[in-house]
Design a protein around this ligand. Structure first.
Ligand code: NAD
Ligand code: ZN
Length: 367
């Protein structure tokens, strides 16, 4: 087990990462000081629960904790107000008090939803992230928690840091391939955003990473977490640099909302979004190599880079407006300057974004 520290003053917390950690959750919760008399709420989903709930629940029981469990259907559509309310009901009927904690056992969907429950229940109680997907190396760190509104992704949420992240890499072994690739999109994003050497390393080891070779995937996820931690600790509430984590997300979130949540997985949508950011960068005068290099890296991981024809420009622009990305007809984008370096560019005209959406549908030769 390796431990990274997220340094945020009185909101600091450890990220434990390594194999075999879910059976240690009980002990780690004891060491973290959670009181035995307050019940813990485990939130999980219909895929993860049958695979990993027993390990977590029995390790907590062994330490003397009482637990209540709430299981949501798996998938992005579950990050909804309905499920938020249903989990609140479980929390109230289960007798959770101010000293209780919520444990999010699953991917980013469970983490974002359960985290938002924890941020809101009795005005905020503790929570622990138990990520089980590649993607959740990103979503479980940094304290952004949210649910979706049908009109806009992550529209209702909070900043609420977990007390601890316990990332058991053994859990990744049961992930479907498509989910592995989607998660790797977020790993690639961390590199494209800030770390050119990491991108080179990722591209060289793409095959082994997709196959979840333990040494490679462990190193990639630890490094990727560390990149996120570095950004979040500089700017917890996104007044400045934290915005770079949104590379590919302005368009990616719009693709998710317009396509219907779950049509494209989050990582797939931001992969197309990153291709779009690269095109936009070229349109605004940056070197064409930015686009070709970005596409090459994404393709090494079997990620999509083309927007299907059925996505209407109007609907995508509309979704971006709801996403608060537009101000007076102009939008802010995170744009690549080169591989491993980005800048925050404000005041981009809607017409330029529309053109890029058109080009993104043309596939590999947008010009
Ligand atoms: N809060 C943040 O900072 C942040 C950052 C990035 C992404 N996100 C959010 O994360 C979400 C995506 O997360 P995700 O990709 O983990 O999706 P997810 O939680 O839907 O998990 C993906 C799928 O894999 C299944 N699954 C999970 N773990 C498994 C395992 N170990 N074995 C087998 N199946 C497993 C799930 O049931 C689900 O069907 C999006 O909603 C996105 O907005 C949040
Ligand atoms: Zn993301």
């Amino acid at each position: 087990m390796r431990t990274l520290k997220v340094d945020l003053g009185d909101r600091s917390y450890p990220i434990h990462i390594g194999p075999g950690l879910l059976p240690e959750v009980g002990r780690l919760c004891r060491e973290a000081g959670f009181p035995l008399q307050s019940p813990l709420l485990i939130v999980t989903d219909s895929e993860v629960g049958p695979l990993y709930l027993d390990r977590v629940a029995s390790s907590l029981a062994d330490e003397g904790f009482r637990t209540v469990v709430h299981t949501i259907p798996s998938g992005e559509a579950s990050k909804s107000l309905e499920n938020f309310e249903a989990i609140m009901t479980t929390a109230i009927t289960g007798g959770l008090d101010r000293s209780s904690a919520v444990l999010a056992l699953g991917g980013g969907v469970v983490g974002d939803l359960a985290g938002f429950v924890a941020a809101s229940y009795m005005r905020g109680i503790a929570f622990v992230q138990l990520p089980t997907t590649v993607l959740a190396h990103d979503s479980s760190v940094g304290g952004k928690v949210a649910i979706n509104h049908p009109l806009a992704k992550n529209m209702i949420g909070a900043f609420h840091q977990p007390k601890m992240v316990v990332y058991d890499l053994d859990a990744l072994k049961t992930l479907p391939k498509r989910q592995i690739l989607s998660g790797l999109a977020e790993v690639v994003k961390q590199g494209l955003m800030i770390d050119p050497e990491f991108v080179t390393w990722l591209e060289e080891h793409a095959e082994g990473l997709v196959a979840l070779r333990p040494d490679l995937i462990g190193e990639a996820l630890e490094h990727s977490c560390a990149i996120k931690v570095g950004v979040v600790t500089q700017d917890e509430r996104e007044f400045g640099i934290r915005a770079i984590l949104n590379l590919g997300h302005t368009l990616g979130h719009a693709i998710e909302a317009v396509g219907g949540y779950g049509t494209f997985l989050h990582g797939e949508a931001i992969s197309i979004g990153m291709a779009g950011s690269a095109l936009l960068a070229v349109k605004l005068g940056r070197d064409r190599a930015i686009y070709t290099d970005t596409i090459r890296v994404l393709k090494a991981f079997g990620l999509p880079t083309v927007l299907p024809d059925r996505y209407s420009e109007d609907e995508l622009i509309e979704a971006m407006m709801h996403d608060k990305k537009f101000k007076q007809g102009k939008v802010t984008f995170i744009l690549p300057e080169s591989i491993g370096s980005v800048s925050i560019v404000e005041g981009i005209e809607e017409s330029a974004v529309r053109e890029v959406i058109g080009q993104l549908k043309k596939g590999d030769s947008p010009w």
